[in-house]
Design a protein around this ligand. Structure first.
Ligand code: C2E
Ligand code: MG
Ligand code: MG
Ligand code: MG
Length: 292
């Protein structure tokens, strides 16, 4: 159970093995085998449209069911995966699994449920990301319309021609592109006009302070207005209180994600809550609203 997994993780912490090279070396070897051993799992966190209070999609969030340490979140192993290059293989697995789930969750043609996939900058280097994506879409029968990819500002600031080509191709396929953790990188806002960006996800650190810090409120308001005028969909991450949700709705934010609505959970758990809510919907394109 999650509880006993949690306890074994605490026991491990207490042994003091989490700092330094010991854990790192151990995890590196084990991460290599995690894929074969089927220890990786995707959790999903619903995304809610504020105006209609309906679920419009989910973000896929990677988990590692470590045999001794229990359930590990990405902060424990993504950097390691990036440094060792394992992120390529893991990223392919994530993409395939997310597409399989997107196929299941879009069986009803009247409804659209997008699945968002986080991509590491490393996945844009070397091996051809776009051909892998095309292959996975074809093999799983997944429509590009059902998929969003989340990238970070750092990838765009690097401004490699190959990155730009890849993003253009993904966008041409019909995959929507989101900037994750928006506002936390170095802001060179001109990249917003040079890359095909459809969605901005305002970082949780802004949302945390939105109801208590007037400057933060103004900043979020400015981000929302900027993105709306560029015809992007706005998502706020880390919404934990009703007050934050109300604030965001009044500021014109389109969608929210956060513990207030749902924590990330295994596929079966999310399916349960989706069925209860019975709120799947036709997708909306905010570009049609036209206030920009
Ligand atoms: P992210 O993409 O910004 O995902 C949001 C993180 O915030 C998730 O952490 C989620 O569990 C957490 N979160 C959601 N709502 C709330 C809330 O209301 N309050 C708080 N305090 N936290 C909330 P998680 O799952 O630990 O993932 C951390 C990061 O790891 C992700 O940040 C993403 O950058 C990365 N990641 C996750 N899955 C993958 C993956 O498949 N591939 C790659 N390359 N990176 C991934
Ligand atoms: Mg994300
Ligand atoms: Mg994020
Ligand atoms: Mg974040």
């Amino acid at each position: 159970s999650a509880k006993s997994r949690g306890r074994s993780e605490i026991a491990y912490y207490e042994k003091g093995l989490t700092t330094g090279v010991t854990e790192r070396m151990m995890l590196e070897g084990e991460l290599r085998k995690a894929l074969e051993r089927n220890e990786l799992e995707l959790y999903f966190q619903p995304k809610i449209e504020l105006v209609h209070q309906i679920i419009v999609g989910s973000e896929a969030l990677l988990r590692w069911n470590h045999p001794q340490l229990g359930l590990l979140t990405p902060d424990r192993f993504i950097t390691l995966a990036e440094e060792t290059g394992l992120i390529i293989e893991i990223g392919d697995w994530v993409f395939r699994r997310a597409c399989e789930v997107a196929v299941e969750w879009n069986r009803d043609e009247q409804k659209l449920h997008t699945v968002a996939i986080n991509l590491s900058p490393r996945q844009f280097v070397g091996k051809d990301l776009v051909s892998t994506v095309c292959e996975i879409l074809e093999q799983t029968g997944c429509s590009p319309r059902w998929i969003e990819v989340e990238i970070t500002e750092s990838l765009l600031l690097d401004d490699q021609p190959s990155t730009r080509r890849a993003l253009n191709k993904l966008s041409e396929l019909g995959i929507r592109i989101a900037i994750d953790d928006f506002g936390t990188g170095y802001s060179a806002l001109n990249y917003l006009t040079r890359f095909p960006i459809h969605i901005l996800k305002i970082d949780r650190s802004f949302i945390e302070r939105i109801t208590t810090d007037r400057n933060c409120e103004k900043l979020v308001k400015a981000i929302i207005n900027l993105a709306r005028s560029l015809r992007m969909t706005l998502v706020a991450e880390g919404v934990e209180t009703k007050a934050q949700a109300l604030f965001l709705e009044n500021l014109g934010c389109h969608q929210v994600q956060g513990y207030l609505y749902a924590r990330p959970g295994p596929k079966s758990e999310i399916e349960g809550s989706l069925l209860n809510l019975a709120s799947w919907t036709l997708g909306r394109d905010y570009r049609d609203e036209g206030d920009g």
